[in-house]
Design a protein around this ligand. Structure first.
Ligand code: ATR
Length: 281
């Protein structure tokens, strides 16, 4: 038996996941000895797969589609972010059998916007498109940046209203005007527009009118590669600045790595390397 600690990412599908590459680079750069594998899990077999991984000495895992809700549900302890989002992307497997759940997706998004893109969220007007798991994970970390206004807009308006209600206390704390608005009746323009819908994957229309943009707005798609391109092309055609979600992917991984290892990996060189690899494909 090696003394290496084991980690993995569980999902279905999983073959496309870049997490093993990212965590491999983090381990190299921080001199940490660990293994990190992909694990394809049957859609009805998540809890069992986590138990088996823990029994085999696994120390932690990332969780992706479609298991983020279940990951939150099987945890014995949850971070405040997980409680609000109802979804987890990172599990810490503790020596006593406990499972701690966290959600680093929103932290990764904020780190990529503020640190990597150099765009402050504080005092800005932010539009969040979507009210599914991806949007839910982003909402608390966005509010913690104290934007002046945060509008959640979703095809199914009731889901946006529910998400806003779950975060009303944080909005008060950070003095943010937090609103749900209907897609058809969306008013005003925004400094930062974040696409957290699955519309690009569905090959659907851009889910919002160009009137939400102002010259120089930052338009962020949580996806990267070809899935993000139509939304980002639309943004640049209207004078906005487009940014894909590759940096979010690297930054959410960095947060998970720090949680597991107690060491913060350097994310910028890893993002630069990943960018080269994605472009080469
Ligand atoms: P995820 O975990 O990726 O957020 P999800 O929870 O299924 O996935 O949420 C998908 C989000 O994309 C939802 O906000 C969904 O809108 P609805 O709540 O109305 O279903 C949004 N979405 C999916 N396809 C869309 C489309 N073609 N146009 C606009 N929004 C879309």
């Amino acid at each position: 038996m090696s003394s290496m600690d084991h980690y993995c990412v569980m999902g279905n599908p999983i073959a496309h996941s870049r997490s093993p590459r990212i965590h491999g680079l983090f381990a190299e750069l921080t001199g940490q000895a660990l293994s990190y594998e992909r694990q394809l899990v049957p859609v009805d077999g998540f809890a069992e797969a986590v138990r088996a991984f823990a029994a085999g000495g696994g120390k932690g895992l990332n969780v992706t589609v479609p298991f983020k809700l279940e990951a939150a549900a099987i945890a014995t302890t949850q971070s405040d972010r997980v409680r609000r989002a109802g979804a987890a992307n990172t599990l810490v497997l503790q020596a006593d059998g406990g499972i701690h759940a966290d959600n680093t997706d929103g932290l990764g998004l904020v780190a990529d916007i503020v640190r990597n893109a150099g765009v402050p969220i504080a005092g800005q007007r932010v539009l969040l498109l979507g009210a599914g798991g991806a949007a839910a994970g982003a909402l608390a970390p966005l509010l913690e940046q104290a934007p002046a206004q945060l509008v959640v807009c979703n095809r199914t308006a009731a889901k946006a209203t529910a998400l806003v209600a779950q975060h009303a206390d944080l909005a008060t704390l950070y003095k943010t005007e937090l609103l749900a608005q209907e897609q058809q009746a969306l008013q005003g323009d925004f400094d930062i527009i974040i696409n957290a819908t699955a519309s690009s994957l569905a090959g659907a229309q851009i889910p919002v009118a160009a009137s939400v943009l102002r010259p120089g707005s930052l338009v962020y798609d949580m996806m990267y590669g070809p899935a993000a391109q139509p939304f980002l092309d639309w943004a640049t055609q209207h004078g906005a600045i487009g940014r894909d979600g590759l940096g979010m992917l690297v930054e959410q991984a960095a947060e998970a790595f720090a949680l597991w290892r107690g060491v913060r990996p350097p994310s910028q060189p890893v993002l630069a390397q990943l960018r080269l690899e994605v472009q080469a494909q």
